[in-house]
Design a protein around this ligand. Structure first.
Ligand SMILES: Nc1ncnc2c1ncn2[C@@H]1O[C@H](COP(=O)(O)OP(=O)(O)OP(=O)(O)O)[C@@H](O)[C@H]1O
Length: 270
C-alpha cells in the first residue's frame, strides 16, 4: 500500500517552446505539499502535469525529467497502474462503466485488497464532503454529475487507491469544495498539484508555478504579502459557493454585500 512509503518527486528542467533551457534548478514535491500551476492558455500547464503523470525521462515534448525519491523510476512504477503513485483527475474525467457507485467502489476495494472495513461508506462520506450534491450508494456511476464524479474519484484516490500524488487539472468549475479538498489532502499527507485558473486555489496552495511559453517562468512561495487578499478571496469564494447553491435550488437571492466593509478597507490599505 502506498501510504507505507513516502514518495518525493523531483522535476528537472527541460526546454521551452523555442528549445531554450528552463530557468529553474529543480522543483521538489514532498508528501503534504500543495502546488498550483498557473499561466495563460497554451503556456504549458497541462504539459507540465503530463510530464509528472507519465514520469517523463526527457521523452516528452518538454524534455523534462521526473525523479522518484531522487532516482529514475523503475519500469514497474511507470507501467503498472496499480503501482503508479500518481492519479490524474481532470474536468474531462468520466466513468464509462455502467455500475452503481457501490459496485464501482467494491471492485476497486477488492482490486486494491485494502481489507479495511467500512471503506465504501467512508469513501462516499468523504466524497460528500467535497460535493454539494449528495452521492448515494445506489446511484449509477454514469448518472453522476461532473462534480459528483470528480468528488468520488478524489475520495477514491485518497482512501481506496491511497495514491500519494494527485494531479487535478482544472477541476474548479466542477462544483467541488476546493478548500475542503485541499485541507483533506494535507490531512492525509498527499501531494497535490492543481492546474488552475482559479485565484483562490492559486493563493491557498503552498507554491505556485507560473508557466510561460512552455516553460516554468517563476515559482512563487507565500511571503505573507498576499494574506489579506487571500482572506478576502476566501470570503468571495464562500459567497459564490453559497450563491451557486441557492440559484441551483431555485431560490431568489437578495444578500446585499459580498465583503464586510472593514475588510474592504484592509484590502485598500494593503
Ligand atoms: N516546453 C514545451 N516545448 C514544446 N511544446 C510545448 C511545451 N510545453 C507545451 N508545449 C505544447 O504547447 C501546447 C499548449 O500546451 P498546454 O496544453 O500544456 O497549455 P495549457 O497551459 O495547459 O493550456 P490551456 O490553459 O489552454 O489548457 C501543447 O501542444 C503542448 O504540447
Amino acid at each position: 500500500m502506498y501510504n507505507e512509503k513516502a514518495y518525493e518527486l523531483t522535476v528537472l528542467p527541460g526546454t521551452n517552446r523555442n528549445g531554450e533551457q528552463e530557468g529553474f534548478d529543480r522543483i521538489v514535491i514532498r508528501p503534504g505539499d500543495s502546488l498550483s500551476i498557473v499561466g495563460p492558455t497554451g503556456s504549458g500547464k497541462s504539459a507540465f502535469i503530463n510530464d509528472i503523470e507519465v514520469l517523463a525521462q526527457e521523452d516528452t515534448v518538454t524534455g523534462r525529467t521526473i525523479l522518484v525519491n531522487g532516482e529514475e523510476p523503475s519500469e514497474e512504477l511507470v507501467r503498472d497502474p496499480a503501482k503508479k503513485p500518481i492519479a490524474l483527475i481532470s474536468q474531462n474525467t468520466r466513468v464509462i462503466a455502467d455500475l452503481s457507485v457501490s459496485r464501482f467502489l467494491a471492485l476497486h476495494i477488492q482490486a486494491r485488497d485494502t481489507g479495511a472495513g467500512r471503506l465504501m461508506a467512508r469513501t462516499i462520506a468523504l466524497a460528500n464532503e467535497f460535493t454539494g450534491e449528495k452521492i448515494a450508494e445506489g446511484m449509477r456511476m454514469t448518472e453522476l454529475s461532473g462534480g459528483q464524479t470528480r468528488s468520488l474519484l478524489i475520495a477514491d484516490a485518497i482512501l481506496v487507491g491511497q495514491t500519494p500524488i494527485l494531479l487535478l487539472d482544472e477541476v474548479e468549475n466542477a462544483g467541488i469544495n476546493k478548500e475542503r479538498v485541499i485541507a483533506c489532502l494535507r490531512e492525509y499527507k498527499k501531494a497535490v498539484i492543481f492546474v488552475t485558473h482559479d485565484p483562490y486555489i492559486a493563493l491557498i496552495t503552498d507554491r505556485r508555478i507560473v508557466m510561460k511559453n512552455g516553460a516554468v517562468s517563476a515559482v512563487i512561495e507565500p511571503d505573507g504579502s498576499e494574506r489579506v487578499v487571500t482572506s478576502t478571496v476566501a470570503e468571495i469564494d464562500a459567497y459564490l459557493w453559497d450563491l451557486r447553491e441557492k440559484i441551483r435550488n431555485g431560490d431568489r437571492v437578495d444578500t446585499p454585500d459580498i465583503i464586510p466593509a472593514n475588510h474592504k478597507k484592509e484590502v485598500v490599505a494593503a
